[in-house]
Design a protein. Structure first.
Lengths: 122, 281
């Protein structure tokens, strides 16, 4: 899913416009695999796998492989369909600069939901 | 040029609430049994726009939705600039009773969603004689805080954007886009700190657990309808609440989230219609 994030976001002009003031490096953790998603003016500039356990980012969003797989279903189950729903379920964590994360939460929710369009590839 | 003028009318009232003058806005449509509708935290009466445009409802019910003080087109009370807005159980009950009496409603049905779904439990307990029936949407006795509400009111975080973001996933994922985004727009238009102030009732002050067992559904029938995608007031929370209220009836609404009347009015009307039929019969 993460490998498609860049094209899904950058190919969506409305989403890029919504994030035009968003500049952040976001650690996206899926199970034990982490990627740093570099967001610049609403576009995803790069998605870099974390190497040698060293990473630098502004905020992190972490969940298990199973939680993300359910979140990315075209029609996810109740309580697995939203980032804050997963937080409440104890299945997701927000860390780091939370003011920056929350200020951009609507954009980030739409970014992270984008892979739902890739039906059948979960 | 074609124009479709809706049957909804809006007016302002000047009314004292807890001895303090207020200027409140309300909308209504239809005639018959008064149906007093309570919006969710941080939103306003427009959430009931579809209900007021539904002849199957307005043929038998006078549908009334007011904007709470600080919300929609209602003003905050004079002196608000020096206060922090915090909704309490007593203040909320007092507000609703003041509006119902000001409009001289004759044994209205009260229907509220979220904080409104909570307070109808308190109304059914304290004021059973005043209400013909109570309908709680996304209703539960209490919801513990599960997120730091401070983010909803910080000067460097846009309040409208973050309130809408917070509520985005409370809408069911299958809701029609136009209704999802209208519902979120209402949140984007909320005043600074108002949503957070409402949630003081939802997650801090407004635990109505102790009164549940004393609700007399023979005097004031109680119907609880909850959307399955609501992760804030979950179906389990509604069922657990109803288990303490003899005679309360629970319906779980498939596919719907936290704002059934606003996020997917067409689907919601299928669940509400049988309840209104029973109340009207």
């Amino acid at each position: 899913m993460i490998e498609h994030l860049q094209e899904l976001v950058n190919g969506n002009p409305a989403l890029v416009h919504r994030g035009r003031w968003t500049n952040a490096d976001m650690l996206l953790e899926v199970g034990d695999r982490g990627h740093v998603v570099a967001i610049r003016q609403g576009r995803i500039e790069a998605v870099r796998p974390v190497e040698m356990n060293v990473s630098k980012w502004h905020f992190a969003i972490r969940a298990s492989t199973e939680a993300w797989a359910e979140f990315w279903q075209p029609m996810p189950k109740p309580r697995h369909h939203d980032l804050i729903a997963l937080i409440r379920e104890g299945k997701m964590r927000f860390e780091g600069d939370l003011d920056l994360l929350m200020a951009n939460l609507l954009y980030l929710k739409l970014v992270l939901e984008a892979p739902r369009k890739l039906e059948g590839t979960a | 040029m074609s124009v479709a003028i809706e049957p909804i009318t809006g007016r302002y009232m000047q009314v004292d609430i807890h001895g303090r003058p207020h200027r409140l806005y309300w909308e209504e449509a239809g005639s018959g049994i008064p149906l007093l509708c309570l919006h969710t935290a941080g939103s306003d009466g427009r959430q009931y726009r579809a209900l007021m445009n539904d002849p199957a409802v307005t043929d038998r019910f006078r549908v009334i939705a007011f904007d709470m003080p600080w919300h929609g087109k209602s003003s905050p009370p004079e002196g608000w600039q020096d206060e922090e807005y915090l909704l309490t159980t007593d203040g909320y009950v007092d507000l609703i009773m003041s509006v119902s009496r000001a409009l001289e409603l004759d044994r209205p049905v009260v229907m509220g969603c979220s904080i409104g779904g909570r307070v109808v439990l308190e109304l059914a307990w304290r004021h059973a004689a005043h209400f013909r029936a109570a309908i709680g949407l996304q209703s539960s006795a209490f919801v513990q805080r599960y997120f730091d509400l401070a983010y909803l009111h910080k000067p460097h975080i846009h309040g409208g954007e973050v309130c809408a973001a917070y509520c985005y996933g409370l809408v069911g994922p299958g809701a029609p886009a136009r209704h999802r985004w209208e519902t979120l727009w209402h949140y984007m238009q909320g005043g600074p700190g108002v949503f957070k102030g409402d949630l003081h009732f939802y997650s801090i002050d407004g635990d109505v657990s102790k009164s549940l067992a004393e609700i007399d559904t023979a005097r004031c029938p109680l119907y609880l309808l909850t959307g399955e995608y609501d992760y804030s007031c979950t179906p389990e929370a509604t069922r657990a609440t109803a288990a303490h209220i003899p005679g309360a009836e629970v319906t779980i609404m498939e596919g719907l989230g936290h704002f059934p009347m606003s996020e997917d009015p067409e689907k919601f009307r299928g669940y509400l219609a049988p309840v209104l039929d029973r109340i009207a019969s």
